[in-house]
Design a protein around this ligand. Structure first.
Ligand code: ADP
Ligand code: MG
Length: 276
């Protein structure tokens, strides 16, 4: 297997869209799997109390399992919480359990409530690098809201990856998402930038998908990944086997398109060498 080039600095992606069901988790899991399978070191931060990314990567996350809640609310070191994905070398996960559902409210009364994930993550990344184990990519899977958990992700991250479902109303809500990102940039994280748009659940047979793709490209131009992710039964089946689509059926169109999308992302990083 040809390897993907390492970025100059660790790239931290926030996978966000306050709409549910647009492919955030699927994209996080499969882009992370693709990057790791191509030789890079990848950390997935599951920031959704549903824990779907943890499930898909075969990481136990039953209620009471220590994970991202302990990191951001209790200040536990990530070192004690991050678990290796058993099926994919180089891929590690900070899991989420349903306990995280309370964090949205508990965070309100904590000091530095917007930057708790940032603090924890930066310490961990520094420690890993010092130990000679530098992480190349971090992907943060956000919940379907713009609450404090998503704010924490946007303060901790540098690049925003927005998955857009190729359906009617796809662009609805995007304005609000962009305005929130602008607010975060103005007040909390000047380095935050929307760098990557991924079209998901693309159906090449419909004019609707083509129309959405055209409109999104009109807005976001070269930030849109060339390869759209097709609607695929294999992609939707894989999580029920605790697998990425690439380890579940590596020759399926879904697997190939996520590998291709990941290659584009890695190439962009090798060119730009985004810091942090
Ligand atoms: P989100 O995290 O934004 O809520 P998910 O990634 O969980 O969205 O996707 C929502 C649902 O759509 C899931 O059941 C998932 O398996 C399915 N899905 C996601 N991407 C695809 C795709 N390309 N083809 C078919 N089903 C998909
Ligand atoms: Mg999700």
């Amino acid at each position: 297997i040809s390897r993907f080039e390492q970025p100059i600095n660790t790239r931290v992606f926030v996978v966000a869209n306050q709409k549910g069901g647009v492919g955030k988790t699927t994209t996080t899991v499969n882009i992370a799997a693709a990057l790791a399978l191509k030789g890079l070191r990848v950390l997935v931060v599951d920031l959704d109390p549903q824990g779907n990314a943890s499930t898909a990567l075969n990481i136990p996350h039953a209620e009471g399992t220590p994970g991202v809640y302990e990191a951001i609310v209790e200040g536990t070191d990530l070192d004690e919480l991050v678990k290796p994905c058993p099926d994919i070398p180089g891929l590690t996960v900070l899991p989420a359990s349903i306990d995280l559902a309370g964090a949205e409210i508990e965070l309100v009364s904590l000091v530095a409530r917007e930057s708790r994930l940032d603090r924890a993550l930066q310490t961990y990344l520094t420690d890993c690098a010092a130990a000679g184990d530098r992480i190349d990519y971090v992907l943060i899977d956000c919940p379907p809201s713009l609450g404090l958990l998503t704010v924490n992700a946007m303060v901790a991250g540098r690049e925003v990856l927005i998955p857009i479902q190729c359906e009617y109303y796809a662009l609805e809500g995007l304005g609000q998402l962009i305005r929130n990102i602008d607010l975060i940039r103005a007040h909390l994280n000047p380095k935050l930038e929307v760098t990557t748009i991924l079209l998901t659940m693309y159906d090449a047979r419909t004019r609707l998908s083509a129309g959405v793709a055209e409109e999104v490209r009109g807005h976001f131009a070269e930030k849109v990944i060339t390869t759209p992710i097709p609607r695929s039964v294999r992609i939707s089946e894989a999580p029920s086997y605790q697998q990425s689509v690439i380890t579940y059926d590596g020759t399926s169109s879904g697997a190939l398109s996520y590998l291709e999308a990941a290659r584009e992302i890695a190439l962009a990083g090798a060119r730009k060498g985004t810091a942090r």
